[in-house]
Structure formats: structure tokens, C-alpha cells
Ligand binder design. Structure first.
Ligand code: S3P
Length: 448
């Protein structure tokens, strides 16, 4: 919901070794998709391990508004009684997607090829983010959209009454745009083709197939060519949501910078389209073991064991890796601050249109904590302080961005002086148990 309450400052003080088992919540991307595809199937989908963060709860409320019956039956256990492809009813109220770009963009796609009208809004962060990247391709199906200047929310989308299938080359590396087009293609007759030049997270493709859609993926010279046959009858599924690698990143990276730590994070998705942070950490010299690899709910999963070694070195992160770690640059920048030498991140312009301008937010916060950072439109360089340590001792503005808040709380755990974030409230969007989970491992987190 967009009504973000009073700011909730939180302080993270330097702490002793972090030890124990970190059971991080379900994957946010997969949770959104399970609810949306459940709502578009005919019959009852059961979901376990659903992330009960505010972003996903807002998507659940939206699916109810479009006519699905969505119930919580236990912790992380939800059922969705779907209305079928093309079965969405017109919502009576404005759809409030809160802080969630994924929620609003995927839902716009899912409704854009039905003859209904919906108005979308969100919190102050979401209302700044560009929606044209989604409404442009949706217009090719025949949908129309009116929003504020620059394609900003609030925005009204009038779904196409007679949608036509689309052939679309995604101009930015974005799983949200790809997924919006695929979801719109569900209710268009014939074949919708989406081409992405750079592979982005493929949860939509995997899950559409699980629900019975005819979808093929081909690696061609122009990129990944995804072909979806429209107007399938989606079959309800049982979806087991794996734990979120983007949330696992926080206890993993905390253990890498707090001396003496050893943490086990079980059951984390190891989907290769989400793996870039872990590839980078291994290159930096991190001690991370992936134990007990297996498949759960159509996704590769492993238990991650991470040990502090203290010998991390800065690396160059190549631009082609960006889509597979796009949400992890904030926490990588924190690890980079503790490493020896510079970490150079290239091809990161998409960070500027996330929940905040993450390049500016990280640079400002790191500088306030005594770390040298340089950046340009598409690059960021963090000069690691290595043996000198990170001073910390600052109050950092998080700009309604959960990952900026969690990153600086991790920095405070290993800095020379405590770090305060001006508002930890947004953490509840993706990782509602971050505070108790990190405190249980040994972190010193306090309100205020
Ligand atoms: C997501 C895609 C990414 C990511 C977001 C979740 C998704 O956004 O940053 O947190 O679930 O599809 P973009 O597709 O805009 O890069």
C-alpha cells in the first residue's frame, strides 16, 4: 500500500561474529508470479513459501480486485482461485501497488489484453518510476494508457477489446518488461514473440510453462527469442517458492565482512539468471560453499555456507553480468568497501530507475561512512579500504528503498562506528524478518 507511515530509523552497531542458520523468506519475483498466474488459471493454485512482504501482499490484494479469490491458509501458505485467461473483472477501486515496480508492471501486462479499465498508483518511490517501458509495448496489443508526465503513476490503462499478438524487442534489459509483454500475450490470439538481447531472470518463462502455456525459448543471434501461444487454458499448480537469493545476499555478505562469522542459508534459489552476485563474491575471494544442490518447484536450489576469511579483493564486474545481479549492487558495494582495492561496476545504468537512484544513494551513504566512491551515468567505482577498515558513524538516507536500508545496516555491523538508516520501514517490502533474523545471528540492531 502506498500509505507509508512515519519513518522508522534503525541503528546497526559493530557486532561480534555472526553465526547460525539464516532462513530467508521466499523469492519475491516468484511470489508475484505465482499469485498472478494463479489468478489467470482455471481452478485452485496452492503456493507454499510465499514471501509475505508488503510488495507481494499488494499483488495479492490486486488479484482480488481483478476477481480472483486469494486466501492465506498458514504461514507462507496461500491458495488462489483463478478466473482464467481473459477472465479478469474490472476493479472497482484504484490498484495500489505500494513500493513494487514488479507488481504494477506485471499486473498492467496481465490486464492489458482484457476489455477492462484499471487505474494504478503506488508510494512516493513508485510514482517516480518510468512506466512507459511497459505501456509502450502494451500499446502494440491495442491497450491505451494515460498517466502523469514522463509516464508516471497514477496511470489508467484501458485494456484492448480486440488484442493482436505482438513481436517485441525489449529495448532495456528488464524482466519486468519482458514479463508484462508475455502476460499480455496470454490473452492475444496467435503467437506473441519477445526478444531480449541480454538474458534477464526467467521465472515468468519457467512458470508459464509449468501452468501449461505453450512457450518456447531459442538462443538466436539477435538474442533470446521467446514465443508464446496465446489464449491457453492455464492449469492450476502447486508452487513451492524457493528462498530469495536477493534476500540471502544480506546475511551472506554480512558474514563476509564481520570477522569470525559462519552462516548457513538453506534452500536458496540458484537460478543462473540470478547468480551474478555469488559469481562476483567468489571472484573477490569469498568462502561460499553451495551444498546439497537439488531442484525445487522447477528452480535449482542449494544450501549456502559462508565463512569469513577477511581476504577479499576488489574486482571488475563486467556489464554483461548486470542483469543477473541487478538488485545486488547495493550490498556488493558494501562488501567492496571492506575489500582491498577498487571494485569497478560497469553497465549499471538501470540502478538509476529502481526503488531509488541506487548509484546516487549508495555513493552518498558510502561517502558519509568514510568510503571513496566515483560514479558516472553507467558506472560506479568503490575504493575498498581493506585493512584500514570502514569508519561508519553516519546517518544514511534510504529514499524509500529497502535494499539501501539493509545494505547500510550490514555496513554498520562491520564498521568502526554504528550506522543509522533514516527509515527501515521499507525493509518490510521484501524481507519483513530481516531485523529478528540478523539479530538472531548476532547483529546489534536497534530502533531509533
Ligand atoms: C524483477 C526484475 C528486476 C528487479 C526487480 C524484480 C522481476 O527489475 O530489479 O526487483 O521480478 O521481474 P527490472 O526488470 O526492471 O530490471
Amino acid at each position: 500500500m502506498s500509505g507509508h507511515g512515519a519513518a522508522q530509523p534503525m541503528t546497526s552497531a559493530p557486532c561480534g561474529a555472526l553465526t547460525g542458520v539464516a532462513e530467508v523468506p521466499g523469492d519475491k519475483s516468484i511470489s508475484h508470479r505465482a499469485l498472478i498466474l494463479g489468478a489467470l488459471a482455471v481452478g485452485r493454485t496452492q503456493v507454499t513459501g510465499l514471501l509475505e512482504g508488503q510488495d507481494v501482499l499488494d499483488t495479492a490484494a490486486a488479484m482480488r480486485a481483478f476477481g480472483a479469490t486469494v486466501d492465506r491458509t498458514g504461514p507462507g501458505a496461500w491458495t488462489v482461485q483463478g478466473v482464467g485467461v481473459g477472465g479478469f473483472r474490472e476493479p472497482e477501486q484504484v490498484i495500489d501497488c505500494g513500493n513494487s515496480g514488479t507488481g504494477v508492471r506485471l499486473i498492467m501486462g496481465a490486464m492489458a489484453t482484457s476489455p477492462i479499465t484499471a487505474t494504478f498508483t503506488g508510494d512516493a518511490s513508485l510514482r517516480k518510476r518510468p512506466m512507459g517501458r511497459v505501456t509502450d509495448p502494451l500499446a502494440l496489443f491495442g491497450a491505451r494508457a494515460w498517466g502523469r508526465a514522463g509516464g508516471r503513476l497514477p496511470m489508467t490503462v484501458v485494456g484492448a477489446a480486440d488484442p493482436v499478438p505482438v513481436h517485441y524487442v525489449v529495448p532495456v534489459p528488464s524482466a519486468q518488461v519482458k514479463s508484462a509483454v508475455l502476460l499480455a500475450g496470454l490473452n492475444a490470439p496467435g503467437q506473441t514473440v519477445v526478444i531480449e538481447r541480454e538474458a534477464t531472470r526467467d521465472h515468468s518463462e519457467r512458470m508459464l510453462r509449468c501452468f501449461g502455456a505453450a512457450l518456447t525459448v531459442e538462443d538466436a543471434p539477435e538474442g533470446r527469442v521467446i514465443t508464446l501461444t496465446g489464449q491457453p487454458e492455464l492449469q492450476p499448480q502447486t508452487v513451492a517458492v524457493p528462498r530469495d537469493p536477493s534476500s540471502a545476499a544480506f546475511p551472506v555478505c554480512a558474514a563476509l565482512v564481520v570477522p569470525g562469522s559462519e552462516v548457513l542459508v538453506p534452500g536458496v534459489s540458484r537460478n543462473p539468471t540470478r547468480d551474478g552476485l555469488y559469481v562476483t563474491l567468489l571472484e573477490m575471494g569469498a568462502d561460499i560453499a553451495f551444498e546439497n544442490p537439488r531442484e525445487e518447484g522447477g528452480e535449482p536450489v542449494a544450501d549456502m555456507r559462508v565463512r569469513f576469511t577477511g581476504a577479499l579483493k576488489g574486482v571488475e564486474v563486467p556489464p554483461e553480468r548486470a542483469p543477473s545481479m541487478i538488485d545486488e549492487y547495493p550490498i556488493l558495494s558494501v562488501v567492496a568497501a571492506f575489500a582491498e582495492g577498487a571494485t569497478v561496476m560497469r553497465g549499471v545504468r538501470e540502478l538509476r530507475v529502481k526503488e531509488s537512484d541506487r548509484i546516487a544513494a549508495m555513493a552518498d551513504g558510502l561517502r558519509a561512512c568514510g568510503v571513496t566512491v566515483e560514479y558516472g551515468p553507467d558506472t560506479m567505482v568503490v575504493r575498498g579500504r581493506g585493512a584500514q577498515g570502514v569508519p561508519g558513524g553516519a546517518t544514511v538516507a534510504v529514499h524509500l528503498d529497502h535494499r539501501i536500508a539493509m545494505s547500510f545496516l550490514v555496513l554498520g555491523m562491520a564498521a568502526q562506528a554504528a550506522v543509522t538508516v533514516d527509515d527501515a520501514g521499507p525493509v518490510a517490502t521484501s524481507f519483513p524478518v530481516f531485523g529478528p533474523l540478523m539479530t538472531g545471528l548476532g547483529a546489534d540492531l536497534r530502533a531509533g
